[in-house]
Design a protein around this ligand. Structure first.
Ligand code: SF4
Length: 685
């Protein structure tokens, strides 16, 4: 510690990494953050993980922060004034709009930034740019949740609260979530629950940390979730464990679903999932017979070519046993980024205005035309996963990327490179010179969470304050003020005195935020939407008494295999995911030295049996290739994965696994299949 506590002031804010939304006190000395301490937030109860404690602030004062606008001239970035950069942006985007129409322009918003920034970004795209091609990184992580839960339950969000599903519950059904590494504070709470007697059932293709604490680990092959859930439902119906009264009173579509799952016998499902049928029966019994039993899931369910169907299967299963709309139950997606829930809520989506008000629903466009006093594009836009191919075709000419790094995070990177190279004009607004920013015509310096006021919404729909702890560095500007400048110069005047006033506007156009304002958000527990009036205390548990869509909708969903499976040429099934120490592209976590020492480079987990067959030892360099490309990385040999399965994280530029992942998408949410593709491996001599 290079400070004495009495020399510092404490600023309470929200951790900028994962969707848990831990409350943290930043310790500030002389306009520099020198430490972070846990606060007693509703989601974290005085806990912080290694990222929150040590990697939540060092990047803020990193010497390589962008602090002035940059314009690319003759292939080189040159420093520019704000006036030069903003004039160029307005004139180039304006010219593209005049020549090709607003639909030639697109924007990717930042799910790491505040609700207020996201709201103003999508408003700028829709009003000044005239396009609904606006999206955020939920497209490549939890868009399947938004679509799947909205269709079956009426609202695409976590149904219960973190405390409610980890305290005093009988069984936790954890599917496709490596909680200890991706949402560490929730992982700790699940471990505590197990110590207090909760039975944990883990369904995951890897031997994750929580599998060691589980009553039962069903190590099903990646890409078989729909078959597995159909199998569980078959067993529950056959054994009379279904909640008939709940089904009759609160749901529709049951008979079609029941007819479909009749065919999914334990033996058939066990063969598809490569598991023991007895484990399937045990899992069904542990879940169905428990009184309080939440389903908790994450990207192991969503990032598939059948991701939305996998999410709908979660709703099917919970409705079958009446475990929705009451404490200790529900369907609970763990959202990834700190504010990916908020970016979706704020309408950074090609389908929705803020508050999931659908573009193609009668009256909605007119409502926002009145609220924003301008004509709007009435057509549903393209997803980020559709914008990139459209840029390759030449249909998208201009792109504004706010705080995203698709060159690192999107599948099959070579097609992302082609798309960015083919654009007429690219603006990137960032904290650092990222790999994506290198492709930009103009780079704008935005500011970090610690330099701004606003709100994040965590995975349990809890809107919490983000508070300015230090002054912005150099010439960097507050992000929403940059969007206001761009919109104004493009002919749609926009200005807000503060983030609080933006939230007031959000409350005026989004019914589920109508009772939200900064005064009420001063309380450490924030507010959980829906919060429809000043007297509404918010909603910890959704769908009590009635689903948001009226009746819950059962879907009959046949199992479909992943789009690319191992064969003779590419014999291994590759899944990707996260690790504890780093967050996504490491833009923030790699600027903490201790974290880098703990996790310095990429690796591929492989089973000892396969490694022995190829003469590969733990730590050896290996070459991994798919139909999309080739990378080199280091072998991590053990029994974490089953034979013929391998696993990599996507955090590292050396051996970036997204050079080889498959960009094939789910048909409904257009989410890519990061969790399954076929690869070959060979030792590097
Ligand atoms: Fe931050 Fe997530 Fe860790 Fe909490 S669990 S401290 S929100 S990274």
């Amino acid at each position: 510690r290079h400070f004495r506590t009495w020399e510092t002031t404490k600023v309470r804010t929200t951790c900028p990494h994962c969707g848990t939304g831990c409350q943290v006190d930043l310790l500030v000395k002389n306009n520099t953050i020198v430490g972070a301490e846990p606060a007693n937030g509703a989601a974290n109860r005085n806990l912080l993980c290694v990222k929150g404690k040590f990697a939540s602030y060092k990047f803020v004062a990193s010497g390589d922060r962008l602090d002035t606008p940059l314009i690319k001239r003759n292939g080189q970035f040159e420093k520019a004034t704000w006036d030069e950069a903003l004039s160029l942006i307005a004139s180039r985007f304006g010219a593209l709009k005049a020549t090709y129409g607003g639909s030639s322009l697109a924007g990717f918003s930042c799910s790491r930034s505040t609700n207020e920034d996201n709201y103003v970004f999508q408003k700028m795209m829709r009003t000044a740019f005239g396009t609904n091609h606006v999206d955020n990184c939920a497209r490549v992580c939890h868009s399947a949740t938004v679509h799947g839960l909205a269709q079956t339950l009426g609202s695409g969000a976590m149904t219960n609260t973190i405390a409610d599903i980890t305290q005093d519950v009988d069984t936790i059904l954890l599917i496709g979530s490596n909680t200890t590494e991706a949402h560490p504070v929730i992982g700790s709470q699940i471990r505590q629950a197990v110590q207090n007697g909760t039975k944990l059932v883990v369904i995951d293709p890897r031997k994750i940390d929580l599998a060691r604490h589980a009553e039962l680990h069903v190590q099903a092959k990646a890409g078989t979730n729909v078959a597995l859930i159909n199998g569980l439902m078959h067993i529950i119906i056959e054994n009379g464990w279904a909640d008939d009264a709940f089904i009759a009173k609160r749901t529709e579509g049951f008979e079609e679903m029941k007819a479909l799952v009749a065919d999914y016998t334990p033996e058939k499902v066990a063969k598809i999932c490569e598991i023991d049928p007895a484990d399937l029966i045990k899992a069904a019994e542990l879940y169905a017979k428990a009184d309080k039993a939440p389903i908790i899931y994450c990207l192991g369910v969503t990032e598939h070519s059948t991701g939305t169907e996998g999410v709908m299967s979660m709703s099917n299963l919970a409705m079958l046993v009446g475990k929705l709309g009451r404490p200790g139950c529900g369907v609970n997606p763990l959202r990834g980024q700190n504010n990916v829930q908020g970016a979706c809520d704020m309408g950074c989506s090609p389908f929705d205005f803020p508050g999931y008000q659908k573009i193609n629903q009668p009256g909605v466009v007119e409502k926002f035309e009145r609220a924003w006093a301008t004509d709007l594009n009435p057509n549903v836009g393209l997803t980020s996963t559709q914008v990139l191919p459209a840029a390759i075709k030449g249909d998208i000419k201009g792109l504004y990327i706010f705080g995203e790094d698709p060159i690192v995070t999107d599948p099959d990177i070579s097609h992302v490179r082609k798309a960015l190279e083919n654009l007429d004009f690219l603006v990137v607004q960032e904290l650092f010179m990222t790999e994506t920013a290198e492709y930009a015509d103009v780079v704008l310096p935005g500011i970090s969470f610690a330099e701004k006021d606003g709100t994040f919404t965590n995975t349990e729909r809890r809107i919490q304050r983000v508070r300015q702890a230090v002054q912005p560095r150099g010439g960097a500007r507050e992000d929403y003020r940059i969007f206001c400048e761009v919109a104004t110069r493009m002919g749609y005047p926009m200005a807000y005195p503060s983030a609080s006033q933006i939230m007031d506007e959000i409350a005026s156009v989004v019914p589920t935020f109508a009772g939200v304002n900064f005064k009420r958000l001063e309380a450490i527990e924030g507010l959980q939407w829906p919060c429809r009036s000043q007297d509404d205390p918010g909603t910890p548990i959704m769908h009590v008494g009635e689903f948001s869509r009226g009746k819950g909708l059962f879907m009959a969903i046949p199992y479909k295999p992943a789009k690319e499976l191992p064969d003779d040429a590419y014999p291994y099934l590759l899944s990707t995911g996260r690790m504890l120490y780093h967050y996504n592209t490491r833009a923030m976590t790699k600027r903490t030295a201790g974290i880098n020492q703990l996790a310095p480079h990429s690796y591929i987990e492989m089973n000892t049996q396969n490694a022995n067959e190829m003469g590969i030892k733990d730590g050896d360099k290996v070459r991994v290739y798919s139909r999309r490309g080739t990378i080199e990385t280091y072998a991590a040999v053990g029994d974490q994965v089953l034979p013929d399965a391998v696993f990599m994280t996507f955090h590292f530029p050396d051996g970036n696994v997204n050079e080889i992942t498959n960009s094939v998408c789910d048909d409904i949410a257009i989410i890519p299949e990061y969790k399954v593709c076929a690869v070959a491996i060979e030792p590097v001599k």
